[in-house]
Design a protein around this ligand. Structure first.
Ligand SMILES: Nc1ncnc2c1ncn2[C@@H]1O[C@H](COP(=O)(O)OP(=O)(O)OP(=O)(O)O)[C@@H](O)[C@H]1O
Length: 308
């Protein structure tokens, strides 16, 4: 274990009886990066996170978190990380500030200004009793307690769940700030759009297995997009059909439409042999292209593919 790795799992496996939670997970989260942990409901995200914190014991394999063994060094680990559980339940009928003071004490003391700064950013009224709060406001309490002590590692299970869009944006800004401060963030989601603007890499799980680890920039290049090119004069469809990644070529006089899978470069170079009047490229919908590939296509999970 070197200090540039915040989380490492090796063959990490958890079965609930004969039901698979997660199987054979090999994953590395580098210190200082934001990693999105993506997958549809039931893919194994919460199981993995609970294994990392020793809230569950693995059936096989192992995990190392901040260089520690979650089982042996549980108390130390829990002090050093910030954790947001997927299902929040706060005991008692106290006010949010009382609860947050308790968490601050449990972390060995946190300047109260750090707590109020976070609460203000999220628009949380800490004088209100937690049990009477909406799901969204309880989620804010959960986020404040996870971030309050500026931990080296944040492990967040579906952090945006229940937050309205403006608060989601503020949360993403908090993640960016944490990254700038050198903190590591591992956050689960079942929606790519939520993590794609803050994550350096995403790990994708499907049916209890790791399907891929990708740099976020490379997701765009993988996306399929539709392109329409208007030329000065009619063009011949045959010129474009054989280009790598180009399909569904239809030419109607001087207008060509097609689908491009991957880089636009071959199409652009071919088009440049003619006089181009206009080019329209529809924004790739990553959700529907990239993720649907990993979520639904048969065999996509056979052999995890890992990107740098
Ligand atoms: N306590 C449990 N007992 C039995 N099976 C469980 C238990 N917890 C999880 N599972 C099963 O393990 C698999 C992975 O669940 P997990 O909650 O880890 O997925 P997830 O990706 O976090 O999904 P979600 O976003 O819905 O929580 C699912 O098939 C789930 O039904």
């Amino acid at each position: 274990m070197t200090s540039d790795i915040a989380i490492r799992t090796e063959e990490l496996t958890k079965f609930y009886g004969d039901r698979r939670g997660i199987e054979g997970l090999d994953l590395e989260v580098r210190a200082g990066e934001v990693m999105g942990f993506l997958g549809p409901n039931g893919a194994g995200k919460t199981t993995t996170i609970r294994l990392l914190l020793d809230f569950l014991r693995p059936t096989g394999g192992r995990a190392t978190v901040l260089g520690l063994d979650p089982r042996r060094d549980r108390a130390t680990l829990h002090r050093r990380i910030g954790y947001l559980p997927g299902e929040l339940s706060f005991p008692g009928r106290g006010r949010a500030d009382e609860l947050l003071r308790f968490f601050a004490g449990a972390r060995g003391g946190v300047p109260w200004s750090q707590v109020t700064e976070l609460a203000d950013r999220l628009g949380l009224d800490v004088t209100r009793p937690v049990h009477a709060m909406s799901k969204g406001n309880r989620q804010k309490v959960g986020l404040v307690q996870a971030f309050m002590h500026r931990p080296a590692l944040l492990v967040l299970d579906e952090p945006t769940s229940g937050l309205d869009p403006l608060v989601q944006q503020e949360f993403l800004a908090m993640v960016r700030d944490a990254r700038t401060a050198g903190q590591t963030i591992f956050m689960s989601s079942h929606v790519l759009a939520e993590v794609q603007h803050v994550a350096d890499r995403v790990a994708i799980v499907r049916d209890g297995r790791l399907a891929a680890v990708e740099r976020v920039e490379s997701l765009g290049r993988r996306a399929v997009r539709s392109v329409e090119i208007h030329f000065d004069d009619p063009v011949d469809a045959a010129e474009f059909r054989a280009l790598p990644g180009v399909s569904d070529v239809v030419v109607s006089g001087p207008v060509l439409t097609c689908t491009v899978d991957g880089r636009l470069d071959p199409l652009i170079k071919a088009a440049a042999r003619h006089r181009v009047v206009d080019l329209l490229s529809a924004e790739p919908d990553l959700e529907e292209t990239f993720l649907s590939f990993y979520y639904h296509s048969e065999g996509a999970g056979d052999g995890a593919r890992t990107g740098a």
